[in-house]
Design a protein around this ligand. Structure first.
Ligand code: 5GP
Ligand code: SF4
Ligand code: MG
Length: 466
């Protein structure tokens, strides 16, 4: 998911709509904005579909007035997949000291247990979303102000959360102690502030990047521009999601002072060193494989070409929730540039193999177009474990790498060769010259290593074996 918030500007919802549009790659199912103005109080609009189709300038001014607003773009990881509008964020709660709205990116790993407890004690849930627990925990807190109630609530929550929240007068940003999901702070004009999942959301509104919200940090920003920072949680060493670098974030975003594009290009360089192959052409599976393919071509000296062309009007295939749509998706989205590929030995670079749907289809298309050989090079290690922290990887049984060895996958996909970058190669590409520190890994890499930095309590209860 993507979260965004602005305070201290005229018509904040306009800025939020733009910010969410820049974060649309983080969730395409639905989006919502809540604003507050002193005249009308809180306003909320939540809709299925793209931001650009639901939040037009004219409609925003009327329906979402005020100098303070937050928003969310949704990609379902927890909660029901047959998404209902009641699951679309931001969520809103009315407390004795006024209302508050929250937008959550991540996944709460003890949400089932919390929900059971809260329902037993009288909470009435409106949605199937894990994030709604936070509102109910806030309602039960005895603290006198909303930021302190949020602290109370979040101390009971396990898992990953990057949250943008608002009261009548304050914009709040928080990250979980491990800082699994991103969140950055920007300055808008002289007195305004913005919070965004990624820096590309700041760029679109002309905000200046200030810094990341730190793991375990909470910032509270007032309408007149004051900002307070605190660290309400027990200290832990940070475990940012390494897959944000590989796939999830936009390549024009900056994470931890590193360009995501440059990191991805560097993964391609590592791949070319680790798994060279004699071939005529390096092609990307666009768009997610493009920077790594450029790095691979550069390092290997084999020319880069656009052998696969993407239809710009399709969304990310993976994010479509049902299997059937996803199967169709590949062909709707990608086509082969036959004139370039015919007769060539082709290296195809993609960011990841999850179910293997994409790679299988692409291999067929490339062979149909007359390629002499097809070699897959993957810019992440084999995805063999599900993510419980906000990326929608399927159950283990559906992950190709969970059930097959590299040789078996090569045969299953019917390609001449298939190689994945090593975990150490990936760590080198994100700037860890020594590779992965196996005693205390610098990132979350559970989907590749099976080492979960936060115990997935709900899943273990449902029989998941680590
Ligand atoms: P597959 O077709 O193997 O199931 O999925 C791999 C493709 O899905 C890749 O091209 C990758 O870009 C894309 N992808 C999209 N979202 C995700 C995600 O959340 N996790 C992973 N691992 N890959 C994703
Ligand atoms: Fe990111 Fe993978 Fe960890 Fe999920 S399991 S947070 S996708 S590194
Ligand atoms: Mg892709």
């Amino acid at each position: 998911c993507g979260v965004f918030g602005v305070v201290g500007v005229t018509d904040a919802a306009n800025f939020v709509a733009l910010g969410l549009h820049a974060l649309q790659h983080r969730g395409q199912e639905a989006g919502g904005i809540v604003s507050h103005s002193s005249d009308v109080g809180f306003s909320s609009v939540r809709r299925f579909g793209y931001v650009r189709d639901n939040f037009t300038r004219a409609s925003l001014m009327e329906t979402l007035p005020g100098p303070l607003a937050i928003g969310h773009v949704r990609y379902s990881t927890a909660g029901s997949k047959a998404a209902a509008i009641r699951d679309v964020q931001p969520f809103f709660g009315e407390f004795s000291m006024g209302g508050a709205a929250i937008a959550h990116n991540g996944n709460i790993t003890n949400a089932n247990a919390l929900r059971r407890e809260l329902i037993e004690r009288g909470s009435i849930f409106q949605s199937s979303s894990d994030s709604e627990c936070i509102i109910h925990l806030m309602a039960r807190s005895l603290q006198r102000d909303i930021p302190s109630r949020m602290e109370d609530a979040l101390r009971r929550v396990e898992g990953a959360f990057s949250i943008v929240a608002m009261t009548r007068t304050k914009l709040i940003g928080v990250r979980d102690p491990l800082g699994v999901r991103p969140l950055v702070l920007g300055k808008v004009g002289d007195s305004g502030w913005a919070l965004s999942s990624e820096t590309c959301g700041l760029d679109i509104i002309g905000a200046t990047y200030v810094r990341e919200i730190e793991p375990g940090e909470m910032v509270v920003i007032t309408e007149n521009g004051g900002i307070e920072s605190s660290h309400p949680f027990r200290k832990a060493s940070s475990r940012f999601c390494i897959f944000e670098h590989v796939y999830f974030s936009r390549p024009d975003s900056i994470i931890g002072n590193r360009s995501v594009y440059e990191t991805r290009r560097q993964i391609g360089v590592e791949l070319a060193r680790e798994a060279p192959v004699d071939a005529d052409l390096v092609c990307a599976v666009p768009d997610s494989g493009t920077p790594a393919a450029i790095g691979f071509a550069h390092e290997s000296g084999i020319p880069f070409g656009m052998g696969i062309i993407r239809n710009q009007y399709m969304g990310r295939t993976f994010i479509e929730p049902t299997e059937q749509i996803r199967n169709m998706g590949v062909r709707l989205k990608l086509n082969v540039n036959r004139a370039l590929i015919e007769g060539k030995r082709v290296i195809l670079v993609d960011d990841s193999v999850v179910r293997g749907t994409t790679s299988r289809k692409i291999k067929e298309m490339v062979l149909d177009a007359g390629a002499a050989e097809v070699h897959f090079r993957i810019a992440s290690p084999p995805t063999s474990w599900p993510c419980f922290y906000g990326v929608d990887t399927p159950q283990r049984e559906k992950l190709l790498a969970a059930t097959m060895s590299e040789e078996e996958m090569t045969r299953h996909l019917g390609v001449d060769s298939l190689k994945f970058v090593s975990l150490d190669g990936l760590y080198r590409a994100v700037g860890q010259a020594e590779g992965r520190n196996n005693k205390c890994p610098q990132y979350c890499d559970a989907c590749f290593s099976g080492e979960y930095p936060v115990k997935p309590a709900d899943m273990i209860e449902q029989g998941f074996e680590m």
